[in-house]
Design a protein around this ligand. Structure first.
Ligand SMILES: [Zn+2]
Length: 265
């Protein structure tokens, strides 16, 4: 077990209305209430994702924002992926409304309610695929969120971007390092995101000029992705995992032909 090294492929389901520039963030949000429940770009992203999944046998975890399930169409889309691709699809929690909890003052009670509502929604819609795995909206978590995740029986967290570049996001006295060392003192299993030369490689880093060259290089040389019969290794702290993530919306890029720059093995 100790020598096993794998890559965990994860995809966040954020739609246009969820991005922090639109909602959920104390200083960055400028809400546009006219954004639809499901955008055309999201529909195109799902189509692109299906096409990509048809071309290989890799497993992916979708981090779903629970309030997306208010839409019957969204539930059908995700349930469709689950029935089509079976055990290759697992589902984690990306919050109830994508509120950037870590950017707001500590609110354990509110976060706890958010998690328990999310779990019951995701469990109800996707009982065979849901796992108690968490990714914080806005890409980072605060230390006060750790005991709440444990209390709500979460097993894995994947919210840490171990790069100096993101430390300015954190509250005073905190950094990705303090949060990481606080998680390591608990039974919560942390799966930080892949970096290269201490720079981010996930999510927006794949597209930002100045970061994308390094980010794409990193993804071309990843360890073998987890196979569908290896999914339980995510919960095994002895297994070394590189975690990468992108968004369903990315699959709408390049007229629906964008694919993550992975060496499909
Ligand atoms: Zn998100």
């Amino acid at each position: 077990m100790k020598d096993l090294h794998r890559t965990w492929l994860t995809i966040d389901t954020d739609d246009l209305r969820h991005v922090p520039s639109n909602q959920g963030h104390p200083t960055r949000s400028n809400p546009n209430n006219k954004l639809p429940d499901i955008s055309e770009r999201f529909r195109a992203g799902i189509k692109g994702l299906r096409k990509w999944l048809d071309n290989h046998d890799l497993s992916v975890t979708l981090f779903v924002i629970a309030d997306q399930c208010d839409s019957e169409e969204f539930v059908q889309m995700i349930a469709g992926l689950c029935s089509n691709f079976g055990e290759r699809i697992t589902i984690g929690c990306h919050g109830l409304h994508h509120r950037s909890w870590s950017a707001w003052p500590e609110d354990s009670e509110g976060f706890s309610e958010d998690l328990s509502a999310s779990v019951s929604i995701l469990e109800r819609h996707f009982p065979a695929h849901f796992r108690r795995w968490f990714r914080a909206p806005a890409g980072y978590m605060a230390s006060w969120m750790i005991p709440v995740l444990l209390e709500q029986n979460f097993i894995v967290d994947t919210s840490i971007n171990p790069s100096w570049l993101v430390n300015r996001k954190y509250a005073k006295g905190e950094s990705w390092k303090t949060v990481h060392s606080n998680v390591m003192k608990t039974p919560l299993i942390e799966r930080p995101w892949k970096t290269r030369f201490t720079l981010p490689t996930c999510g927006p880093a794949q597209h930002i000029p100045g970061l994308r060259w390094n980010a794409r290089r990193a993804w071309r040389t990843l360890a073998k992705p987890l196979q569908s019969n290896e999914i339980e290794l995510i919960e095994n702290p002895e297994v070394r995992l590189d975690t990468v993530y992108w968004h369903i919306l990315d699959h709408a890029r390049k007229n629906g032909s964008w694919v993550p720059p992975l060496k499909v093995q």
